[in-house]
Design a protein around this ligand. Structure first.
Ligand code: DC
Length: 182
């Protein structure tokens, strides 16, 4: 989070005329859906009970901008909150196998059908292990927290550097210690 993956991937895709695929944005509507139902991302029974009510779609507009569609609604503008960052991280760690394989297939089908720059934590290792080019990009938590803080302030939102730093460290821990695709 905040290392600059999406900035660089987006520029590269534009340069090459490829699709830019933000895979975090595929996890976020899943977290949003369970949030709307009041189901905790760790509540496996709740996830199993409601999962059949969820449909996730991905569309590209004429400018090549990725839109996430949840149950027919465009939720692209609603899914970038710090709260949903945390919940998407938990959902990705606790997802039932059906959710995981559905999301995996959605990502792989995009790469089968188009030339893509795909951005996400487990793309080179798990989603597209045979990718032609793999780039591992990271930065210190402090630099990443500063980037996030600046981004939020530029958007006119409130941002607390220390809280953002703590959130980033917590999410790194969750994403790297989960059982599936750590
Ligand atoms: O990249 P992001 O902050 O939008 O991702 C939100 C969460 O989704 C992240 O904390 C873990 C999960 N995720 C994942 O498991 N695999 C990906 N390729 C992308 C995101």
């Amino acid at each position: 989070a905040g290392a600059g993956k999406s900035t660089i991937a987006r520029r590269l895709a534009k340069e090459l005329g490829f699709y830019y695929v933000d895979t975090g944005a595929i996890y976020r509507p899943v977290a949003y859906f369970f949030d709307l139902w009041g189901v905790s991302p760790k509540d496996i029974d709740g996830i199993t009970r409601y999962i059949d009510e969820l449909t996730i779609g991905i569309e590209y507009d004429d400018e090549g901008v990725q839109h996430m569609i949840m149950n027919g609604m465009d939720v692209t503008g609603d899914i970038r909150t710090p709260d949903l960052s945390q919940k998407a991280s938990l959902v990705s760690a606790h997802a039932i196998p059906e959710v995981r394989s559905f999301l995996m297939e959605l990502q792989r089908s995009l790469a089968r059908e188009h030339s893509v720059i795909m951005d996400g934590r487990d793309i080179g290792t798990v989603v597209l292990p045979k990718a032609t080019v793999k780039i591992f990009l990271t930065a210190t938590p402090e630099v990443r927290a500063k980037r996030r803080t600046d981004e939020l302030i530029a958007k006119g939102q409130k941002a607390d550097y220390n809280k953002i730093l703590k959130d980033i460290q917590q999410r790194d821990y969750q994403d790297t210690h989960r059982a599936a695709a750590p």
